[in-house]
Design a binder for this molecule. Sequence first.
Ligand SMILES: Nc1ncnc2c1ncn2[C@@H]1O[C@H](COP(=O)(O)OP(=O)(O)O)[C@@H](O)[C@H]1O
Ligand SMILES: [Mg+2]
Length: 190
Amino acid sequence: MSLCRAYNKASVIARGAYGQVRGPLPMLGHQRCVMKMFNETNSPEGDPIREYNRHQAAYEKMSKKCKRHMTRPVYVNGKITVQTHAASRSTERVDTLQRFTDKFHSNTNVMNALGKEVTSALDCVLALGESGLSHGNLHGGNILVVYTSPDKPKIKIIDWGGGGASNNKTMAAFVQKRIRAKRKNKSRSR
Ligand SMILES: Nc1ncnc2c1ncn2[C@@H]1O[C@H](COP(=O)(O)OP(=O)(O)O)[C@@H](O)[C@H]1O
Ligand SMILES: [Mg+2]
């Protein structure tokens, strides 16, 4: 089946800034993949080949122990990139970090486990940044949380098409700010 036909048949996972993400579907030897279709745009961040190349470079450069925080780039053709799905099994759920913290901010065990995982993933991204490849668009929508049980979250960093200045500090501040704001709202509503 052609890439476009497979894309048209797959379910929509998300509509993002530069197009749509669809899947999961088995492709090119991987059981679970997603396809990202890019809208026509002149901005470099909207270029699928650039995103695929940056994703591939990041995946290759990541140390062995950090690869667990990555999805695997698989293929690019025309306006479509293919990468492995963040969840390796259909029994796993996937949320953005944003959605996950909204759901579980009041659960201390979950937040502690999440903190450790986020730290581990950010250490990996920082190490990569030090070796010259910054993510460039790190925020709560580009960090996925994969879990069957929320107290055992796994973090995957996606969307490597950015390329501006590294903003890892912004990410750490984002998590802190979000947890603080939720706690404040909760104590106000008591
Ligand atoms: N590999 C993946 N596995 C599961 N979901 C994904 C994957 N890649 C993207 N998504 C979903 O699609 C959304 C948009 O993807 P993203 O690559 O961030 O696109 P955009 O450039 O539009 O922000 C993500 O927030 C996530 O919900
Ligand atoms: Mg994104």
